[in-house]
Design a protein around this ligand. Sequence first.
Ligand code: GAR
Length: 217
Amino acid sequence: MKRLAIAVLISGRGTNLQALIDACADPDFPASIACVISNRPDAHGLQRARNANIPTRVVNHKEYETREAFEEALDEAVREFDVGLVCLAGFMRILTPAFVNRWRDRMINIHPSLLPAFRGLHTHERVIEAGVRITGCTVHYVTPEMDDGPIIIQAAVPVREDDSAEELAERVLMMEHKIYPEAVRLVALGKVRVAGTKVATEDAVFADNNLINPVAE
Ligand code: GAR
């Protein structure tokens, strides 16, 4: 089986990266991580990659005068590895349309809400503030608008009456770790594809798949 080579872009602790590393450790998983790239030299996720013998690169945004120059270097770093998919996993730089379009339909992201609700930062605080009963997480293809783009998979997580943002974040994160590898698997197997503003799935991809809209206990 030819595995899909992926690049994982991170900015921080890298627990979603770890979920992908763990999934890829299974020889039957249809993707493998070719490189991990961080915009922050101190990102803990870099250590996770090194522990798994995955090549790492740092493209420090602070060393570039413009966003374009930073993205040029980022693009070069990704292209050094022959990857078919870029996975943003807690990568906290906004990407310009130029970069996004270069990787159009070949770049996915995970976001800790049920998009299109609660785009942007401080998601869990805003979820609690809004009093919604159900939140969750989303893996989607990246389009030029932030936290937007065709949705591959989502998981639902109930909000408890007395939840703090931290407690909620932790339960959502557990579901993130399930759906991100699943999304990569579906993309790698060619079972999902972008069709306009949505993702089209092969018939019955999700029918026998208990990860579609799973509800966390
Ligand atoms: C995750 O919760 C991810 O969904 C979020 O950052 C966290 C990264 O954690 N991403 C975004 O908010 C993107 N808009 P991790 O470094 O442990 O994977």
